[in-house]
Design a protein around this ligand. Structure first.
Ligand code: G6P
Length: 609
């Protein structure tokens, strides 16, 4: 879950690397470091804390007339797994002889064995990290050929890694290799890059190579070579990134999260376009023969899992096919009952979430065809799944997902409608009607965004709550899960989501004065039931925020506040509810003055178990 970058070129590597790290900070932000090949060999600065702490240190070195500078360098932003966040545990790591410097994203599972072996040979380790073994082992193997050394190290490592490596005998050379963690190679007119993700290099180039597992990249200022681990040359084709730098900038918004919330109408339009007209997604959808399947299994993590829970209601309603939703971290170990007649749908913004990748491989090992819904082109899941359709969300920087989640929902709806038609559960006219309604969603989302001020005002009154519960019934319950997750991850207010009918089976005992209950209500036939849940909590001292397109309630008493949503069919209502829920969470967190884009302890791309 860390971010790595490397550069070799004619520019000073320091500002290039620091700027790239800023774009990768979403991957982890408890410490950061940089190594450049300076006049006298490696110059390394690494600091616990946000990237800004590292920047301050670099500025003070500059003031002391000891600036870091060089044309080859590597950088790292960390989300600690082994060893607490500290200066010493930060990357880059070097071997004891200071001959090889390494940045690493991933987890080395056999690091203890390697460490013990090297310690027995007299090597002294200075950090508590698993990553240091990579640098120490590389120095142990090194006998003049750094490319062979990297291959040998890779052969010895178990676990996941994306590595950037510099060697003291090679002032113009950067070597990279990866396994189960992402790494792209960027080619620009002033030099070449390695990076965990495209935004880190986008300012310099839109030409990138996606490195596959155990491929070695060897970068000089003017050329890039690829090898397999037998050191045979590989031919790879650069891909052109079509999105622009703007997507990776805040564009005047105080946070990426708000910018990304506001982008949703466009993201939805683009995603719908690609799936219902003649876009690439449409072609993939047309190739999936749903009639072969008697069950759908959706598996994912975090918000992507919540999108799956919504989808279960939609698929079951429209397709009358049995759907299970499993957290990928559970699915991978549960010996799921699936076979070639089960379609396994994987949902993932990054396409790199370790548990979701493992779930995909588990499904494949049981002969179940896999369909992925992914945002990041070139990601592991996108490459390995049997079928893949892409959300057109562009890069999502805020750790808490918003636009990618909304795009996932849209693709899941379209999938359900297409499958329902193919299964003969709906007629062509009904299919067309549903698609037209999907097409109307972006405008309805805009309507809610136009009323941002009232949600902001209400949210500003909610920062004092110790607990906020979310309730809903049916699909409103599914989207309540996402509302609750969004709130807790960025505002640090305790929150749970419950099916309205479950409230009385335990949770209501937690309801007291100074509790807020957010009730979702988009079902006319369940309106009275959710309202009676609301009355039950109000009579125990709670306040209720009602979100939905159900009849407007009387707000005079001050016990209710109602965010009224545009009218839409019940099954598509999550696409509108979620906008109000995102804005509510965002403004609660903003009013608390929190670091919304980088909530504590979290990272966007969870590439470790
Ligand atoms: C992290 C992110 C969430 C995301 C989840 C799954 O927890 O903070 O926003 O939903 O990972 O990530 P994925 O990339 O697989 O969608």
């Amino acid at each position: 879950m860390c971010g790595i970058i490397g550069y070799v070129g004619d520019k000073d590597a320091v500002p290039v690397i620091i700027d790239g790290l800023k774009k990768l900070e979403y991957r982890g932000y408890d410490s950061a470091g940089i190594a450049v090949y300076g006049k006298n060999g490696f110059d390394i600065v690494k600091q616990k804390g946000r990237l800004v702490v590292l920047e301050e240190r670099l500025s003070s070195l500059m003031r002391e007339n000891k600036p870091l500078s060089g044309h080859l360098g590597i950088g790292h932003t960390r989300w600690a797994t082994h060893g607490e966040p500290s200066d010493i545990n930060s990357h880059p790591h070097t071997g004891s002889k200071n001959r090889i410097a390494v940045v690493h994203n991933g987890i080395i599972e056999n690091y203890k064995q390697i460490k013990e072996r090297l310690e027995n040979r007299g090597v002294t380790f200075v950090s508590q990290t698993d990553s240091e073994v990579i640098a120490q082992l590389a120095e142990h193997y090194y006998s003049g050929d750094i490319i062979d050394t990297v291959i040998k190290v890779s052969n010895a490592l178990e676990g996941s890694y994306a590595l950037g490596v510099m060697c003291i005998d090679e002032p113009d050379l950067l070597v990279a290799i990866k396994k189960d963690n992402p790494l792209i190679i960027g080619k620009s007119n002033h030099g070449n890059f390695i990076a965990s993700d495209v935004p880190a290099v986008l300012k310099h180039t839109n030409q990138v190579y996606y490195l596959n597992d155990r491929e070695v990249a060897v970068l000089h200022e003017k050329d890039i070579q690829f090898f397999n681990t037998d050191r045979e040359p590989l031919q790879k084709k650069a891909e052109t990134i079509t999105w622009s730098m703007d997507s990776a900038e805040k564009d005047g918004y105080p946070h990426f999260m708000l910018k990304e919330i506001m982008e949703q109408p466009k993201v939805l339009r683009d995603t719908i376009q690609s799936a219902v007209t003649d876009g690439e997604n449409r072609k993939v959808l047309d190739n999936i023969d749903i009639i072969r399947f008697d069950k759908i299994m959706i598996t994912a993590c975090g918000s992507a899992y919540n999108a799956g829970v919504v989808a279960k209601y939609v698929f079951e309603k429209l397709c009358r096919i049995s759907v299970e939703v499993e957290l990928a971290s559970e699915f991978r170990y549960k010996d799921a009952v699936i076979n070639e007649k089960t379609l396994v749908i994987l949902v993932s913004q990054s396409g790199e979430t370790a548990d979701t990748i493992a779930a995909m491989r588990e499904a494949k090992s049981k002969s179940a065809p896999t369909l992925a819904i992914v945002n990041v082109v070139g990601s592991a899941i996108a490459k390995e799944a049997d079928y893949c359709i892409f959300t057109a969300a562009g890069p999502e920087i805020a750790v808490a997902t918003t636009k990618a989640f909304s795009a996932q929902l849209i693709l899941l709806y379209i999938l359900a409608i297409r499958f329902a038609r193919r299964l003969g559960k709906i007629q062509p006219e009904e299919e067309q009607k549903q698609i037209e309604e999907i097409k109307s969603l972006p405008d309805k989302v805009s309507e809610i965004l136009d009323r941002i001020g009232s949600i902001q005002m209400y949210a500003s009154t909610c920062i004092g709550y110790k607990s906020i519960f979310f309730i809903g019934r049916n699909i409103d319950y599914a989207i309540a899960l996402e509302g609750s997750l969004k709130l807790k991850e960025i505002s640090y207010i305790h929150s749970e989501a419950y099916a309205g009918g479950e409230l009385k089976h335990g949770t209501i005992s937690l309801v007291e004065e100074n509790t807020l209950v957010v009730a979702l209500s988009n079902y006319y036939y369940l309106y009275n039931k959710i309202m009676s849940n609301a009355e039950q909590v109000i009579s125990r001292g709670a306040k209720v925020l009602l979100i939905g397109n159900c009849p407007k309630v009387d707000q005079e008493s001050g016990k209710f506040y109602h965010i009224v949503l545009p009218q839409v069919s019940e099954i598509f209502s999550p696409s509108l509810s979620v906008i109000a829920l995102q804005l509510f969470s965002y403004y609660v967190a903003a009013n608390k003055g929190l670091d919304i884009d980088k909530p504590r302890n979290l990272a966007k791309s969870v590439t470790v178990e």
